[in-house]
Design a protein around this ligand. Structure first.
Ligand SMILES: NC(=O)C1=CN([C@@H]2O[C@H](COP(=O)(O)OP(=O)(O)OC[C@H]3O[C@@H](n4cnc5c(N)ncnc54)[C@H](OP(=O)(O)O)[C@@H]3O)[C@@H](O)[C@H]2O)[C@@H](O)CC1
Ligand SMILES: Nc1ncnc2c1ncn2[C@@H]1O[C@H](COP(=O)(O)OP(=O)(O)O)[C@@H](O)[C@H]1O
Ligand SMILES: [K+]
Length: 486
């Protein structure tokens, strides 16, 4: 929007980066005790905004997460709540900032166990946070489970105990929170499944760490949104003409023609100056049903189109048919140095010989696999974030690992984690639309990482606008309103 200040991209901090942010703030003059006080107070405020005073049990762990719990207990009691505190260890074994704030709690401290949540209207999980070092089991797990089984809402401090902040992995028994209050910036585990589903609503509290400490940390993960790619977006001005916005080519197949038609339509809606769909002769009649704004070419014309550098961004795969001919086409497009988006069959044709593909990638390239396609090209073990980063580094392409928490990973290690995709995107053909949006933005000259991240975000926003009952055909037409609001 003209004149509106650009929203800075929201960095996501790993556990190690957050520790560096804490240390930098402490070095700059804010004592750790004050950071913990601010953290606990912010959590208490977030609680009091959402719930009326009721009996609350604060479950405190052995580290600084537990330290936050003692501060929360103090502030809630001051606000008139009936507060019980239950600890995993004896107070005398606490150290540092946590010991300081535990000493400032003047009430009783009970031993943690399922009985400590009996009769509570709310439970605060201040057991384990960033210091999670092994699976949650035993008394901690049993106590949280008892609260969940009794239907008592749980408020998690920093992360629900057992959620790995770095990647959303669950370690041991985890009980879902209704609210999670985290500090300074979110962590990848708040956005990545299954951690995301355990967090409930996530509130980020300012605890007095200056934003400038991020300069010294250099985060490489962000929540996907306009702050990340808005400045790379191409916008038309009064003197512009279509040739300045690229020419996308979508290579379609002979049988499943809907896929390339959806992709072509999406590429045009994303703003490509021109879009050509190239298809086998026998199928040209069914491609005639696509929007009249798209150009249509016969398969035999592909070499000529490829020789023309103005056809600058190519999409292969949707409805392509997994044969050697498609593999040769992909390699020819890569050899010509065009921007490339590879989806579906164009990925599958390299199953068992992924190095052939990776060797051919040298320019801007985006791969858009779902988990099944990913496993045909890359090692499938381990958590999604590390796998997506590894795949981008190995292939030299931007990898869009699709799902409810789609990850966009660049070869240099940057990642964007998407969070605006509604579940009704899980329907046939929506992936084709995403590939089309990606090639449409790539054609306009956006760098591959920004193009892919913007495409994923537009896709989620358009699906949200359409609502439940969405079919893939609805998505391209929903794009203009989303672009207009950006
Ligand atoms: N730094 C700051 O200034 C600020 C920090 N803040 C807060 O600090 C939190 C991080 O604190 P933290 O680093 O002390 O780690 P924390 O999550 O309390 O756990 C460590 C303890 O738990 C234990 N333990 C771990 N897993 C376990 C398991 N499964 N089962 C059993 N035990 C397990 C572990 O044992 P160990 O691994 O040492 O054997 C250790 O004793 C952060 O999330 C935020 O809430 C805020 O106040 C803002 C200012
Ligand atoms: N549960 C879900 N929540 C949100 N988005 C989803 C969900 N399941 C799938 N999607 C999204 O829908 C799209 C489906 O793509 P894909 O599996 O390639 O389908 P198709 O091949 O039918 O087009 C992807 O963008 C994916 O991220
Ligand atoms: K916690």
């Amino acid at each position: 929007m003209p004149g509106q200040a650009k929203v800075a991209a929201e960095a996501l901090l790993t556990v190690a980066e957050m520790a560096r942010a804490d240390s930098a703030a402490i070095a700059a003059g804010t004592p750790g005790i004050a950071l913990m006080e601010a953290a606990g107070r912010a959590a208490a405020v977030a609680i009091a905004r959402r719930w009326r005073p009721c009996p609350v049990t604060v479950l405190c762990g052995p580290g600084n997460n537990g330290g936050d719990g003692y501060v929360i207990a103090r502030w809630l009691e001051r606000a008139g709540w009936p507060v019980s505190v239950a600890s995993l260890i004896d107070r005398s074994h606490l150290a540092g900032d946590a010991a300081h704030h535990a000493a400032a709690w003047t009430g009783e401290i009970g031993r943690m166990g399922p009985a400590s949540v009996a009769g509570a209207g709310l439970v605060v999980d201040a057991i384990f946070g960033a210091g999670l070092s092994r699976p949650v089991a035993g008394i901690a797990a049993a106590t949280l489970e008892a609260a969940a089984a009794a239907g008592i809402p749980i408020v998690a401090v920093d992360v629900p105990s057992g959620v790995d902040g770095d990647n959303g992995r669950l370690r041991g028994q985890v009980s879902a929170a209704a609210l999670t209050v985290t500090f300074f910036r979110r962590k990848p585990g708040h956005l990545l499944e299954p951690g995301r589903s355990m967090c409930g609503q996530v509130v980020v509290a300012d605890i007095g760490i200056p934003a400038a400490v991020l300069d010294g940390i250099g985060p490489s993960a962000w929540a996907n949104g306009p702050g990340l790619w808005g400045s790379a977006r191409r916008r038309r001005g009064p003197g512009d003409h279509k040739y300045r916005f690229g020419h996308a080519v979508v290579v379609g197949g002979g049988r499943l023609t809907g896929a390339a038609r959806l992709a072509g339509h999406a590429a045009a809606r994303a703003g490509a100056g021109l879009v050509t769909v190239a298809a086998p002769d026998a199928a040209l009649a069914s491609y005639a049903a696509q929007p009249a704004a798209l150009l249509l070419a016969a398969e035999a014309e592909i070499p000529a189109l490829l020789a023309d550098p103005r056809r600058n961004a190519w999409l292969l795969g949707p409805g392509g048919g997994a044969g050697a001919a498609l593999r040769d086409q992909v390699l020819a497009v890569l050899a010509a140095g065009r921007g490339v988006v590879l989806d579906a069959d164009a990925l599958t044709v390299f199953a068992g010989r992924p190095a052939d593909l990776f060797r051919a990638i040298s320019g801007p390239a985006i791969l858009t696999p779902h988990e099944g396609e990913f496993a045909r090209l890359f090692p499938a073990q381990g958590e999604r974030l590390t796998r997506a980063r590894g795949a981008a580094a190995t292939s030299g392409a931007v990898v869009v690992l699709k799902g409810t928490d789609t990850i966009v990973a660049a070869p240099d290690g940057r990642v964007a984690i998407n969070e605006n995709a509604p579940p009704w995107l899980a329907t046939a053909g929506t992936g084709d639309v995403l590939a089309g949006l990606s090639v449409g933005l790539l054609a306009q000259g956006m760098p591959a990482f920004e193009a892919a991240a913007m495409a994923v975000w537009l896709h989620g926003a358009a699906a949200t606008a359409c609502g439940e009952g969405l079919i893939a055909d609805d998505l391209p037409a929903a794009i203009p309103a989303i672009l207009a609001a950006l």
